[in-house]
Design a binder for this molecule. Structure first.
Ligand SMILES: NC(=O)C1=CN([C@@H]2O[C@H](COP(=O)(O)OP(=O)(O)OC[C@H]3O[C@@H](n4cnc5c(N)ncnc54)[C@H](OP(=O)(O)O)[C@@H]3O)[C@@H](O)[C@H]2O)[C@@H](O)CC1
Ligand SMILES: [K+]
Length: 486
């Protein structure tokens, strides 16, 4: 499990650790680690040009001390002192090591640097970057040199990943003590480049994480493996209510996700046209053509997937009510979410419910514009859990999975090629399968997102390592291979 924390959690842990070590020791550890990483990035330290963007806080102090180390190894280090004040010890160390200081704006220094070290703001940053920081962040983006962010790319909110205005775009972020939420969640994540963690001894002082991310090993541990005496019923029977006479593809893809994720049995229930397509594509599934809003004749299932392509008319609504009135876990996706947004009272049920919206669908459920959700994903997935009382998986550039009282899980797998029609339907089938196998909604949703992303990565990667387009069905078809290799 990878873990991440808010700025406040990091500060509290740092205070506790600081009480046990000599003054300045933590910054020394941080700056040493930073300097080692920077040196490793340069073809040779001696003679290379390094620009330090130095803000008024300790983040600037880290940059100055690391710059001093590089200067002692022969780098030509120039520090742009952008803050209203400058870390005194760091400044003295840099000067003593032969580094130069420059008044802002100093953009010419940024432009000629081989390496740009962003020490404008770290976990103490708040709100939009002010001048001259903003101009320096933009200059660093235009400049040809490599950009390394100290602790957090300046302009990224460390606790949430939000970016108000401009933020530094780094190729590498060197973070201290523990990972911050904002390094894992977009839009912040996309400003970080690769993230390297420098250990400063914070581990024993860290509280329970605010955010976590499953690894392959975690997911392998969560996945059920059939035993000798397992039969298809014990492995989990999933019911899928999806598709309509007009839309049949979503049904085929959702069933495909379930079959390929290892469901013991898939029972599909829906309109005639959808059922026909499902039978043609997946003879493994048992199909029922529904002639009314009831799933009583479908047979016993251990979990339902409700929604992909089912439509949003009165019949679909009555069917959604019938599925949600059952006493087994239900995963609601796509059209099912649109129906829920019209009447949230359908969520009053005793069994677990998992919702899997993208920002647009969540926008209807919460009555918040979807661009605000995209900009503040962590805040809104938590708000959704509070207001709706379910497990919520918010899809998107970084998929988040939230449940009351647990760290928000950030999905670490996937590829930009995954943003294509029908992949969400496949995800619903995977997550429904894991629910039917007995995983909690939180674990089922997080493990499903992980597998879905891995399958997409594998499907989009060619033999020579290049990447290319995938179709949603490729994701479903690649699942067995990915599960085998976990
Ligand atoms: N604590 C520890 O043990 C260790 C901490 N370490 C390091 O310390 C860092 C935290 O240092 P920190 O607390 O000094 O805050 P930091 O991020 O440098 O900046 C705060 C200042 O920035 C300013 N400012 C804020 N927002 C702004 C904006 N939007 N636009 C412009 N300016 C803005 C504001 O200053 P002012 O307004 O007064 O000019 C504010 O006071 C941490 O990330 C890590 O790198 C490591 O050495 C390991 C040990
Ligand atoms: K920074």
């Amino acid at each position: 499990m990878r873990t991440a924390y808010t700025s406040e959690q990091i500060r509290t842990a740092e205070h506790a650790l600081m009480a046990t070590v000599a003054e300045g020791e933590l910054m020394r550890r941080a700056a040493t680690g930073l300097a080692v990483v920077c040196a490793g990035l340069l073809p040779g330290v001696y003679g290379s040009r390094v620009a330090l963007l130095v803000g008024s806080g300790d983040n600037g102090g880290d940059a100055l001390y690391a710059g001093a180390r590089l200067a002692r190894r022969g780098a030509r280090v120039e520090a742009i002192l952008a803050g209203s004040r400058t870390h005194e010890g760091g400044l003295a160390a840099l000067r003593e090591a032969g580094g130069r200081t420059v008044e802002p704006p100093g953009h010419e220094v940024v432009e000629r640097a081989d390496l740009i070290v962003d020490g404008l703001v770290g976990i103490g940053g708040a709100g939009e970057l002010r001048e001259p920081y903003r101009g320096l962040a933009l200059a660093a983006e235009r400049a040809p040199g490599l950009v390394v962010a100290v602790d957090v790319p300046s302009g990224v909110d460390a606790s949430s990943g939000q970016v108000a205005g401009v933020a530094v775009r780094a190729q590498l972020t060197v973070t201290f003590g523990a990972c911050k939420n904002g390094l894992l969640i977009d839009p912040g994540k996309s400003h970080c480049g690769r993230v390297e963690l420098v250990d400063i001894g914070l581990g024993p002082y860290l509280p329970d994480p605010d955010v976590a991310s499953l690894t392959d090993e975690d997911v392998a541990d969560l996945l059920p493996t059939p035993e000798a005496e397992s039969d298809k019923y014990r492995r989990g029977v999933i019911g899928i209510v999806a598709g309509s006479d007009r839309f049949t593809g979503a049904a085929v893809l959702s069933v495909g996700g379930a079959v390929r994720a290892g469901a013991g049995l898939v029972r599909f229930a829906g309109a005639e046209a959808a059922a026909r397509q499902v039978r043609n594509s997946w003879p493994e599934a048992i199909t029922t053509v529904l002639d009314g809003p009831s799933v009583a004749e479908v047979g016993r299932v251990q979990a339902w997937v409700l929604g992909p392509g089912m439509g949003t008319g009165p019949e679909a609504e009555a069917l959604a009510r019938a599925v949600l009135a059952t006493d087994v876990p239900v995963l609601v996706d796509a059209d099912g979410l649109t129906l829920l947004a019209r009447d949230r009272s359908m969520l009053r049920r005793s069994a677990p419910t998992v919702l899997t919206p993208h920002a647009g669908e969540l926008s209807r459920l919460l009555e918040v514009p979807s661009d605000r959700i995209e900009a503040a994903r962590l805040e809104h997935v938590r708000r959704a859990v509070d207001e709706l009382g379910t497990v919520v998986l918010l899809k998107g550039s970084t998929t988040l999975i939230a449940e009351e009282g647990r760290p928000v899980r950030v999905n670490a797998t996937g590829t930009p090629w995954l943003a294509t029609g029908g992949t969400g339907d496949v995800l619903s089938g995977i997550a429904g399968t894991l629910l039917a196998a007995g995983l909690s909604g939180y674990d089922a949703a997080s493990a499903a997102a992980h597998l879905h992303g891995l399958a997409a990565q594998a499907a989009s990667t060619g033999k020579s390592g290049g990447h290319g387009p995938i179709a949603a069905m490729d994701v479903a078809q690649t699942l067995p291979q990915v599960i085998r290799s976990l």
